[in-house]
Design a protein around this ligand. Structure first.
Ligand code: SF4
Length: 205
């Protein structure tokens, strides 16, 4: 059974795609993994249609969740139009929908060739963007993006633009082999873009 949505630490996570334009060294999709610590069977043999995803999400009891999170297995913003459609339908049909977050690599504008950030306004409460390094070289070494350094620039530009439309924009780094100086540089960079920095604990594969 493929997993469209799953619960983790009081939040409901949604998995709409395997697609990604990165190949991060730590990505769980490598090495034949089909699931993660969060749920088994995250690899989607077929991507659910927006209607299938809505049916799945409407079957949930939202009084139980503190947040609704669109995230992996791949990069959710490949399906930004479907995410926004789903959020609109859920806001119409679910009383007291919890805040909505998207976990993203920040490449949506590069992937779609247009600025999608204005469309997030009033729909998405939090964006969590992977920063993964304080320089383009470091970023590319870790995330191995299809478009190279252009993806680093696109991610920074996306963050800056999103901060004008989304109440909370957070950039994340994983605390692995990072010096305090590097973390400080990441924090300064995030703040200069209108975001805050969150340092995540490293989870061994
Ligand atoms: S951005 Fe996320 S889904 Fe894409 S390769 Fe990196 S960890 Fe995997």
């Amino acid at each position: 059974m493929e997993t469209i949505s799953y619960e983790y630490e009081g939040a409901l996570y949604v998995n709409l795609t395997n697609k990604c334009d990165c190949s991060c060294v730590f990505c769980l999709r490598h090495n034949g993994h089909k699931g993660s610590i969060y749920a088994d069977d995250l690899w989607l043999e077929h991507e659910p249609s927006r209607e299938e995803a809505l049916e799945n999400l409407l079957a949930r009891d939202y009084t139980q969740y503190r947040e609704l999170v669109f995230c992996g297995f791949g990069e959710p913003m490949y399906r930004v139009e479907d995410i926004l459609w789903l959020v609109d339908r859920l806001k119409e049909q679910v009383k007291n929908l919890p805040p909505v977050r998207i976990n993203t690599n920040g490449h949506a504008n590069l992937i779609h060739g247009r600025d999608v950030t204005p469309e997030l306004a009033g729909r998405i409460d939090t964006l969590s963007i992977s920063l993964n390094g304080s320089t383009a070289e470091e970023y590319c070494a870790v995330t191995r993006p299809r478009d190279g350094e252009k993806a680093w620039e696109a991610m920074l530009d996306f963050t800056r633009k999103a901060a004008a439309h989304v109440p909370q924009v957070v950039m994340t780094i994983v605390d692995k082999d990072k010096t305090p100086e590097e973390i400080d540089r990441c924090r300064a960079m995030a703040e200069s873009l209108g975001a805050t920095l969150r340092v995540r604990a490293y989870i061994q594969d």
